[in-house]
Design a protein around this ligand. Structure first.
Ligand code: AMP
Length: 210
């Protein structure tokens, strides 16, 4: 199977954690629109300045901004042999656009109970430098508050605070969840139980990609 893969699922389902591992195993780039946007915000680029307010509130960044960065990224040589998309598409219009500029081979849906998501997000810490993700109770860093890979001080994402989480879950239910049916109809969808440890979920994702 060619490796043009999309990970779908609510925030906190573990998409980013799994995408980093699985992309490495498959030798394809892990393309996270959230990571690209956060880097743009940190660097205060024109894109970052436009995206920042939407992100902090937990809303979607306008399609034209996201499509532009995604298009550019997919044209880089490392994405020619495949890619793993994490956080894109997020609505019907984005799915249609993706279909115009790339064929998708498989879509993995991460299925998880809402109360587990809320707990995971409130316990999540991320490395602003390498984007590694930790969880205070299930996957803590070796040295408290520091990234295992580069020692950078870990932060809570502004949109992991309770107010923004509520909006993000609503946006997911209203705009992104309908894509499950969109891809099911196209016979591309496989679902994965996203509860359990990162190792357990990774094993299920590998099976779903066979
Ligand atoms: P994520 O890291 O995937 O949870 O994304 C964090 C935030 O970045 C989202 O809440 C949105 O504000 C923005 N974002 C990421 N990907 C997209 C996308 N495909 N379309 C619109 N906004 C996005």
């Amino acid at each position: 199977m060619a490796h043009r893969i999309v990970f779908l699922g609510p925030p906190g389902a573990g998409k980013g954690t799994q995408a980093a591992r699985i992309a490495k195993e498959l030798g394809v780039p892990h393309l996270s629109t959230g990571d690209i946007l956060r880097a743009a915000v940190a660097a205060k680029t024109p894109l970052g300045l436009r995206a920042e307010g939407y992100m902090a509130a937990g809303a979607l960044v306008p399609d034209e901004l996201v499509l532009e960065i995604l298009h550019e990224r997919l044209e880089q040589p490392d994405a020619r042999g495949g890619y793993l998309l994490d956080g894109f598409p997020r609505n019907h219009a984005q799915a249609e656009e993706l279909g115009k500029f790339s064929h998708v081979d498989r879509v993995i849906s991460f299925e998880i109970a809402p109360e587990v998501v809320v707990r995971r997000l409130s316990e999540r810490l991320t490395c602003p430098k390498c984007h590694a993700v930790y969880n205070l109770s299930t996957n803590p860093p070796k040295v408290p508050g520091r990234c295992d890979h580069d020692g950078t001080e870990l932060v809570q994402r502004p949109d992991d605070r309770a107010e923004a989480v509520t909006t993000r879950l609503k946006v997911y239910a209203e705009q992104t969840a309908p894509l499950l049916e969109y891809y099911r109809k196209r016979h591309l969808l496989r679902t994965v139980d996203a509860h359990g440890s990162p190792d357990e979920v990774a094993a299920r994702v590998r099976r779903a990609l066979e």
